[in-house]
Ligand binder design. Structure first.
Ligand code: ADP
Length: 353
């Protein structure tokens, strides 16, 4: 009997210990029952979410946050963590996460990420400002270099040529960084119909101009579908993939641009028979300035920013980038769009070229 009582006391102590630890966490913890009602919350939940214990015991959380973005997130099942404004203080950013446990119970975790968000903003502003400041001096230098005629000073002709190439490269890097900054700051897109047939035809012409007859360029348009989004940004993303395929495929190779329906959505893809990419690089390709081979990227006029731009544009269109590649064989870069972004083509039929 005495042993039982001792064990009960020990368990109670452990329970208190756990509660005290959870209560003093700086992240907000809210335990929810199967109906989404509050079973318990810690002290930080008051500061971050405005929920108090024991005051809000049994409170239906989705109901409390009906007018707030947390409500919509809970309503959709909260499958993915989300960044939201704190309900009690709009200047504070929170990351909220819903973790299932036990019998249909869930734990809501809210973390103050204001500092990280602010730092991220400082980084973005810094890159945008530096790029912007570099733009004018580079344009001036580039302009003067264009004015100089190598024939006037033949001895300097190779130097002048190299300076022109390098100043053009710098200009392209600055333009790509500005484009990335613009995409990062963009919250919403123009929701326009993007007619795919003429866009695909113009991408094929771009590929031919870049290739200068060194590759076979194929266009297959089976989707008979248009997209909903930003024409300018989609063109930029699609064209980046075409340009990469041409630049990383040796002479004699084939580049296929395809547009087809996949399930309820659609897929734009560019397949090449080029150098390919070893598997260990695939997950990092969309990072800024990440290159498999710096020398090959530079030699072909790359900035190392193309695929970051593609990823950002696709994110803004709720689309995903799939990369399949084999070193020495070639690559396929596919942009997969959800049904909500795909419209039946306005006119004209599917065609192959
Ligand atoms: P870059 O301007 O260097 O081409 P990207 O961001 O467009 O920058 O691409 C990043 C890297 O991914 C490239 O440097 C190259 O190593 C690799 N890559 C991209 N597309 C292809 C492709 N079609 N075939 C082989 N490698 C590719």
């Amino acid at each position: 009997m005495n042993a039982d009582r001792q064990r009960a006391r020990r368990l109670l102590e452990q329970l208190r210990d756990l509660r005290t630890a959870a209560a003093s966490l700086s992240d907000a913890l809210v335990l929810l029952d199967a109906d989404g009602r509050v079973r318990w919350c810690n002290a930080a939940a008051q500061r971050l979410l405005g929920i108090g214990w024991p005051r809000d015991r049994g409170l239906a959380l989705a109901e409390r946050f009906r007018e707030h973005e947390i409500g919509a997130w809970l309503h959709e099942g909260g499958a993915e963590p989300e960044d939201v404004a704190a309900p009690a203080d709009a200047a504070m950013r929170l990351q909220v996460e819903l973790i299932p446990y036990g019998e249909r119970r869930r734990l809501l975790l809210a973390r103050d990420i204001s500092r990280v968000t602010r730092l991220e903003q400082v980084r973005r502003d810094f890159v945008a400002n530096v790029s912007h400041e570099l733009r004018t001096p580079l344009t001036v230098i580039h302009g003067y270099l264009e004015l100089l005629d190598p024939e006037d000073v033949p001895a300097l002709a190779p130097v002048l040529g190299e300076m022109r190439v390098q100043s053009q490269r710098m200009r392209q890097i600055v333009e790509d960084l500005l484009e990335l900054s613009r995409l990062e700051m963009q919250q919403r897109l123009p929701e326009e119909r993007v007619a795919m047939a003429p866009l695909l035809a113009s991408l094929k012409r771009e590929a031919e101009a870049l290739s200068q007859g060194r590759h076979r360029i194929v266009l297959e348009d089976h989707a008979h579908a248009d997209l909903l989004g930003s024409p300018k940004d989609l063109h930029s993303a699609f064209s980046n993939l075409v340009s990469n395929a041409v630049r990383y495929t040796p002479e004699g190779g084939t580049i296929a641009i395809r547009w087809r329906r996949v399930g309820a959505g659609a897929e734009y893809s560019v397949t090449d028979t080029g150098y390919g990419i070893p598997a260990e690089h695939l997950s990092r390709l969309t990072e800024r300035f990440y290159r498999v081979s710096s020398s090959r990227s530079r030699a072909t006029g790359g900035t190392g920013l193309g695929l970051s731009i593609v990823k950002h544009v696709l994110n803004l269109h709720d689309a995903r980038l799939h990369i399949a590649s084999e070193a020495g064989k070639g690559s396929t870069f596919a942009c997969v769009f959800e049904a909500a972004r795909v419209l039946d083509a306005a006119a004209g039929g599917p065609s192959d070229h």
